[in-house]
Design a protein around this ligand. Structure first.
Ligand code: GLN
Length: 258
C-alpha cells in the first residue's frame, strides 16, 4: 500500500469516528430534555389566565406546573384547551397532565389519575349587587344560572329544581351574561368568584356567603402513566417542604395556604 493511500485511509477513519461521536452526542441531549405537556383552560384567574394584551399564561397553577416541571427536570410546555376538552386531550395523548383548577371528583377519578390535592376550594354564587331575593343555593330554584361547561359548578346548578342552566365555553362569558342581565346568577369556584369581584371592577355584582361542596384541586394524568403521577406527587411534596409552594400561594392569594 502506498503511503498516500495509507494516510487517506487513516483520515477517512478519523472523519468517520468524529461523525459517529457527533451522532452519539445528539442522541444523548435528545433523551435528556424531557417535555411535560400541560393543559389548562385560560379563563380561570387567578389559577390560569392571560393578562390583557399578553399572550403569556400566568397564574397559581401555571407557576406551580412550571415549578413541578423544573423539580422533575422536565421542560414545561403549556397549552390552552377548553375545559370540557381537557380529559379527552389527555386520553388522546395530546397533553401529559391537566393543571386547570380541576376538582377531584368520583366521576373523574373513574377516567384519570389525580395527584395529591394541591388546593382547597368550593362553589359559590355571584349575583347582581341589587339582587335582594337570592341569598343562598336554595334561592336559585327556578332561576336562570350561568356556568362554565363541564365544570362541577355546571353539575351542581343542574341539580337545582326548575333552574334554567346556561353553559358557556369560558368563565368570562358567564360573568358577561350576568352583567348583561341575561341570567340571575353565576355558579363558579369561590376563589375565582372572589378574584372576579376584586379585579374586574364590576361594582354591580356581589358574592354570596353560601358556600357549597368542599372541593379539592388535583392534577390529572392518565392511569397508565403511574410513574408520572409518582414523580409529580414527589415534586409537590418537595415544593411544600422547601417553601416554593408557599411562595407561589403568597404571590397569587396574598397569604399562606391554611
Ligand atoms: N373546579 C371546577 C371543576 O373542576 C372548575 C374548574 C375550571 O373551570 N377551570 O369543575
Amino acid at each position: 500500500m502506498s503511503r498516500k493511500l495509507m494516510s487517506l485511509l487513516i483520515l477517512g477513519v478519523m472523519i468517520l469516528s468524529l461523525g459517529l461521536a457527533g451522532c452519539g452526542q445528539k442522541n444523548a441531549t435528545k433523551t435528556e430534555s424531557k417535555v411535560l405537556k400541560v393543559g389548562a383552560e385560560m379563563t380561570f384567574p387567578p389559577f390560569e389566565f392571560q393578562e390583557e394584551g399578553s399572550k403569556e399564561y400566568v397564574g397559581f397553577d401555571m407557576d406551580l406546573a412550571r415549578a413541578i416541571g423544573k423539580q422533575m427536570g422536565y421542560e414545561v410546555q403549556i397549552q390552552n384547551v377548553g375545559f370540557d376538552g381537557l380529559i379527552p386531550a389527555l386520553e388522546a395523548g395530546n397533553i401529559d397532565i391537566i393543571v386547570s383548577g380541576m376538582s377531584i371528583t368520583e366521576e373523574r377519578t373513574k377516567k384519570v389519575a389525580f395527584s395529591k390535592p394541591y388546593y382547597k376550594s368550593g362553589l359559590s354564587i355571584v349575583v347582581k349587587a341589587d339582587n335582594a331575593t337570592i341569598k343562598s343555593f336554595k334561592d336559585l330554584e327556578g332561576k336562570n344560572i350561568a356556568v362554565q361547561i363541564g365544570t362541577t359548578g355546571a353539575e351542581e346548578a343542574k341539580k337545582i329544581k326548575d333552574a334554567k342552566v346556561r353553559e358557556y365555553n369560558s368563565n368570562s362569558e358567564a360573568y358577561m351574561e350576568l352583567k348583561a342581565g341575561g341570567v340571575d346568577a353565576v355558579v363558579n369556584d369561590l376563589p375565582v368568584n372572589e378574584y372576579y369581584l376584586a379585579k374586574s371592577g364590576d361594582k354591580n355584582a356581589k358574592l354570596l356567603g353560601d358556600i357549597m361542596n368542599a372541593e379539592e384541586y388535583g392534577m390529572a394524568m392518565t392511569k397508565k402513566n403511574t410513574e408520572l403521577t409518582e414523580k409529580v406527587n414527589a415534586a409537590l411534596d418537595e415544593l411544600k417542604k422547601n417553601g416554593e409552594y408557599d411562595k407561589i400561594h403568597m404571590k397569587w392569594f396574598g397569604k399562606k395556604a391554611q
